[in-house]
Design a protein around this ligand. Structure first.
Ligand SMILES: [Zn+2]
Length: 507
């Protein structure tokens, strides 16, 4: 199966540099956490040694910047939108999970057939495409995500990292990298860890039993309050354990980082005994996203053929959501094979099979993708304009709309729309990237680099943002007014950067 490797060594270097620049000169005096813990139990008094929430987020953003550049990061609109809608529903089911750090959670997927999910510092939660495929219901997917949310809420990573000695912030980097490298065969990760700081590192990778139990406790509570089937947790963890017997050479990463003991399973069973049994029906989008993940997981010629066979078998089940998902998957395969008419026809069949359910964002999105890929820019724009009325809150649809305007040679209209969106969604870095693209299409260099600066700033990369402002200032079309805006913004960002450096010193 296709499984390209993480460019680990490059990543490692980058991360070391990043950590050295943000954490150099870390003093032994630890600042108390900024926000008082609210009705959340903590693990002993280890809390004093935790990274501050600001530092934790910084470390998470550093790692995310590299993950986002990785070819195996699934930068896929519908998939990201589904995961974040779903993940944030879990967070909202139990608002206390935002905890003392109050992070904005971000959920993402990595192309990798191995069953795994992981939490990075700062509220970033990743799942492998293989795990999406293995989850048989939304309750099962929820059980893994809710458990990871529990680790973030209880600040297990912040404590683990915070307890590193002064001189071992480097060890912190290898630890995170080791964890990331554990995906795939596991060999690469093990090698890095051995080559790094030795066996001790590998042990620190996994959470303690107490931490696991705490994450399970939060996870079960989220599932209960979110209306999910709590039995899904036991079923899925049991399946993970069973799957581990198929790996002859290594324990699957998920079990390595989240040791699963019989005791832990018994503990979860005891917790869910008090909750009443409920049945929950999955959304159609869940099945569609799994079909999409199957195609994205391996888009090689052979991979597409394999996926096609699986979808054909799925059709034989003759169960409605499975039929819709299979047709959708086959349409997506056809799109990847550039057979646009076939893709269009299969998608029509998927839509017919889905009726009269409420319109699906994932189905609608594929229609627009097919038209865009087939260079029917006018048609694509028409579809996405209609879709925006149906899904006014969809971020991926908003991005599609701007893209369709630019593709249809209407960058000025795109600019107007994107500036409005930038006001409404101030945290959306993609909007700033699209804005830069729209300005570039109009030859507006100063504005293009100003937008890029905002994108970098939103991703937590202030030095890169400041560099973009400098490029903008030197652009031939930078007028007096822009110069003034650039100067003011640069002062702001430099001030923020100075504050962050100070934070890093007395984290
Ligand atoms: Zn865990």
């Amino acid at each position: 199966m296709h499984c390209s490797k993480f460019p680990l060594f490059r990543l490692r270097q980058l991360l070391l540099v990043a950590l050295l620049t943000t954490c150099f000169g870390v003093s032994t005096v630890l600042a108390p956490t900024r926000v008082a813990a609210q009705n959340l139990p903590v693990l002993g008094d280890a809390d004093r040694a935790a990274l501050s929430p600001i530092m934790e987020r910084k470390v998470g953003e550093e790692v995310m910047r590299d993950i986002r550049r990785d070819p195996d990061y699934l930068n896929d609109g519908p998939l990201l939108e589904y995961l974040n809608d779903f993940g944030n529903t879990l967070v909202a089911a139990r608002p206390a999970v935002r905890g003392e750090a109050n992070f904005n959670f971000f959920f993402f997927a990595i192309r990798d057939p191995v069953l795994n999910a992981f939490a990075l510092p700062g509220g970033f939660i990743g799942v492998h495409s293989g795990l999406l495929l293995a989850a048989q219901s939304e309750s099962e997917l929820a059980s893994v995500l809710a458990h990871e949310i529990g680790h973030v809420t209880q600040r297990h990573l912040a404590r683990m990292l915070g307890q590193q000695k002064n001189d071992s912030m480097i060890a912190l980097a290898s630890m995170l990298l080791g964890a990331l490298a554990m995906r795939g065969s596991g060999d690469a990760g093990a090698a890095i860890m051995m080559g790094g700081t030795g066996f001790a590192m590998q042990r620190q990778l996994s959470f303690s039993r107490d931490a696991e139990r705490e994450a399970d406790r939060i996870g079960v509570a989220i599932l209960g309050e979110g209306g999910f089937e709590t039995t899904g947790m036991v079923a899925f963890f049991g399946r993970l354990q069973a799957a581990s017997r198929n790996y002859s050479d290594a324990i699957p990463p998920y079990l390595l980082t989240h040791p699963l003991t019989t005791e832990r399973i018994a503990d979860i069973e005891a917790r869910i005994r008090d909750q009443r049994y409920r049945q929950r029906s999955d959304s159609l989008d869940f099945q569609l996203i799994r079909a999409r993940a199957r195609v994205l997981q391996d888009s090689s010629e052979k991979g597409l053929r394999d996926a096609q066979l699986i979808f054909e078998n799925q059709l034989r089940l003759n169960i409605k959501p499975q039929t819709v998902a299979a047709k959708y998957g086959m349409a997506f395969v056809a799109l990847k094979q550039r057979a646009y008419e076939k893709a269009e026809r299969l998608l029509k069949e998927a839509n017919a099979a889905a009726a009269p359910d409420k319109p699906s964002l994932v189905l609608t999105d594929l229609g627009i993708e097919i038209k865009s890929a087939a260079n029917q820019t006018g048609e694509a724009l028409k579809s996405v304009t209609a879709a925006l009325d149906q899904f006014p809150l969809s971020r991926s649809m908003a991005h599609q709309y701007a893209n369709a305007l630019i593709a249809n040679k209407q960058p000025a209209q795109a600019t107007v729309y994107l500036r409005e969106q930038a006001q409404l969604y101030r945290q959306d870095a993609d909007i700033q990237d699209l804005l830069a693209k729209a300005y570039a299409a109009q030859g507006k260099q100063a504005l293009q680099h100003m937008a890029l600066a905002e994108s970098y700033a939103l991703m937590g990369s202030l030095p890169a943002a400041i560099i973009q402002l400098d490029i903008a200032r030197k652009a031939p079309d930078a007028q007096f007014y822009e110069q003034a805006v650039i100067d003011a913004r640069e002062r702001e960002l430099k001030e923020r950067w100075k504050d962050e450096q100070a934070d890093a010193k007395d984290r």
